[in-house]
Design a protein around this ligand. Sequence first.
Ligand SMILES: Nc1nc2c(ncn2[C@@H]2O[C@H](COP(=O)(O)OP(=O)(O)O)[C@@H](O)[C@H]2O)c(=O)[nH]1
Ligand code: SF4
Ligand SMILES: [Mg+2]
Length: 428
Amino acid sequence: MKRINIGIFGRVNSGKSTLMNLLTQHETSIVDNTPGTTADVKTTVMEIHELGPVKIFDTAGIDEIGVLGEKKKIKSFNALKRSDIVLLVLNSNNEDYLNGNFSTEAEIVELAKKRGKELFIIVNSFKDSPSHLTDLLNKVNPNDLFPVLELELIEKINYKQLIDFIKSNSKLQQIKTPLLPTMDPNKIVFLNIPIDEESPEGRFLRPQMMIEEYLVRRYVPTFAYRMNLGKARSIKSEEVAEEKKRFDEFIAHLNKDNKLQLLITDSQAMDIVSKWTEGSNFMVTTFSIVMINFLSRGNLEMFVNGIKAFQELKPGDKVLIAEGCNHDRKGEDIGTVQIPRKMDELFGKGTIQVDHYFGRVFAEYDKLKEYKLVIHCGGCMLDQQAIAARIEDLIESGVSFTNYGVLLSYFEGKDALNKVIEPYGLKI
Ligand SMILES: Nc1nc2c(ncn2[C@@H]2O[C@H](COP(=O)(O)OP(=O)(O)O)[C@@H](O)[C@H]2O)c(=O)[nH]1
Ligand code: SF4
Ligand SMILES: [Mg+2]
């Protein structure tokens, strides 16, 4: 979760894969002078002693021509969007530079600047630095905006120099977003985990695990509870009463002397929880609200703002439901079943066109503009950099966005949404 992403970019045969291998200290990427050897983004996860946990992307040269070259370029740029540190590799011997062609470098610099990346230039000197080097750097790096290191990447001995260079120039303090607002170690947090048919046996889901660990580590006691949603939503009133009694009794017991401070529920149980906790003196939120706030580095508000666009949807508008992975879809799946059904109910059947997209990055970035609203999944399989890249894509495209946790709570009414965002000091 708290890795630094380092992306390596540049022209074909500039030595990007050689740089990847120097960083990882072994033959992670195939190095060859055949242009296009690195066809796809190669990702390596490792611990660099001096830098901590890192993820490194070795990418294809963005100057390859043709349809395939264009596809590789899109992939490389998607990796750039997810990078914290961008290493731009220059092959000092490339003859194109003599002809004044710096378009490849300019494109990388432009995107890195636009996305606020830390950009470092690595000049691969291939033994001798050429006489035109100063000239070259003046073109790529006017005003010395970016730190430059010149070294021969193929020499394994240069490892230390490379790491020192990255370390000394990176201002990236690990910006730590707390998972939850500050909690009192003398009070309890109630975790409502209904466990549906999609939940894997033998473990909790990642958000549940993370939150449980986070609280216990900070001496905050938790109480894990499985609500029986079948009974709670039953048409038989005695089953509902029985389930509610069990819930109420535990709440009353835990909340003696106002010892209960927060209840975190699976957002799918919000229909029940919002009713059963009405007027309570403890706060309520959902696992997905906690996660999207954390993954977006404290930017829950942006997703809450998307509710306005949801309220203003008109017939003929298009909405994109975007999921971060292609998980197994069973039964009452939120993205493909629950949300489209609810939208038909609210706006009339088929009134709003609902499209779906599954994948780590928005492959069809240009199409985002067509949508009035993007409804994003919980993003539990994505890291903070991937969420940041997606948020920036959405902002750049001018599309409003919200997410499952926020929307499912809103489906239970404005008060229900306000309740779950209150722990973050927000209100619609
Ligand atoms: N002599 C020398 N050759 C290098 C150096 N760096 C890369 N090469 C060679 O240049 C070619 C392209 O390198 P590679 O890392 O695959 O480039 P990429 O296309 O940017 O990934 C390979 O044949 C490498 O062995 C270097 O520092 N010195
Ligand atoms: S990343 Fe999104 S689609 Fe994939 S499991 Fe998590 S919430 Fe669901
Ligand atoms: Mg390569």
